[in-house]
Design a binder for this molecule. Structure first.
Ligand SMILES: [Mn+2]
Length: 266
């Protein structure tokens, strides 16, 4: 494990210009799109596609930096988001019936901001990369996951179990199982309720480990009522046990890369 600084970034949603700017501002990428973060770790929490214009360009940049980071002694870690599953489901299952809001996998994806240019440009290398994304990671005492949702428990009660369970589901390419996963990913705000949220977070962290959960999936402005373009800091909540880092880049936020310090209550 590298000893360098650790950064996390939430939902990118095809916002290539913002993504590249964030990497540069954080000192992780140079003007020639090379990794210059040395032994730093950067974790992206999923949802690379949809609701934005350039999902494939985002993916290409992330994949390129990933190899460079490893070569430099750093790490660019990536997790699975629901939109990454939605896009693959549109590709694999097309107009097969789903229980989603639009009734079939392709229409569900479009309904959720799917961008046909992304699907057209998707290569086997992109597909293999997406199918290999883990659902969760534990990094320096922080639990990282895409969604603020309980459903991960359905796939296992340890991080390796969840990741193996999700991987097996994705590899099997069985439409009803994928439909179930997409339905699971519609859950959100499991830790947000003022009455039950902190207890839910304590239980969740007790099972998987970590002193805090860091997640994306639910744009901060939707929870706080802030103007989306003004969201530039994470939302710490549930008695400090949860940190939402979904700035809502597709809603107008410039986004932010969040450095994980030693303290647990920024
Ligand atoms: Mn999401």
């Amino acid at each position: 494990m590298s000893a360098g600084p650790i950064f996390v970034l939430g939902d990118v949603h095809g916002q290539y210009e913002k993504l590249a700017n964030l990497f540069k501002e954080a000192g992780l990428m140079d003007a020639k799109q090379g990794w210059c973060g040395g032994d730093a770790q950067l974790w992206l929490l999923g949802d690379y596609f949809d609701r934005g214009p350039e999902g494939i360009a985002c993916l290409d940049l992330i994949m390129s930096l990933q190899g460079q980071a490893t070569n430099a002694g750093g790490l660019l870690g990536t997790l699975l988001g629901n939109h990454d599953v939605l896009l693959l489901a549109a590709l694999f299952f097309g107009e097969e019936a789903s229980t989603g809001s639009a009734g079939n996998f392709y229409a569900d994806w479009l309904h959720n901001g799917g961008n046909e240019a992304d699907l057209d440009a998707l290569t086997p290398a992109h597909m293999a990369w997406l199918l290999d994304l883990p659902g969760m990671a534990l990094v320096e005492g922080r639990l990282l996951a895409h969604a603020d949702a309980q459903f991960y428990l359905r796939y296992g009660h340890s991080i390796p179990q969840v990741n193996r369970g999700l991987s097996a589901l994705l590899q099997a390419r069985q439409s009803t199982a994928w439909d179930g996963l997409l339905k699971d990913f519609n859950q959100r705000r499991y830790f947000w309720d003022p009455e039950t949220g902190a207890d839910n977070a304590r239980t969740f962290l007790g099972i998987y480990g970590g002193k805090q959960l860091i997640h994306g999936h639910s744009p901060i402005s939707r929870l706080t009522g802030q103007r989306p373009d003004l969201v530039q800091t994470p939302l710490v909540y549930a008695e400090g046990l949860c940190i939402n880092i979904d700035g809502g880049m597709y809603l107008g936020s410039p986004g932010f890369i969040y450095p994980l310090g030693e303290s647990s209550d920024e």
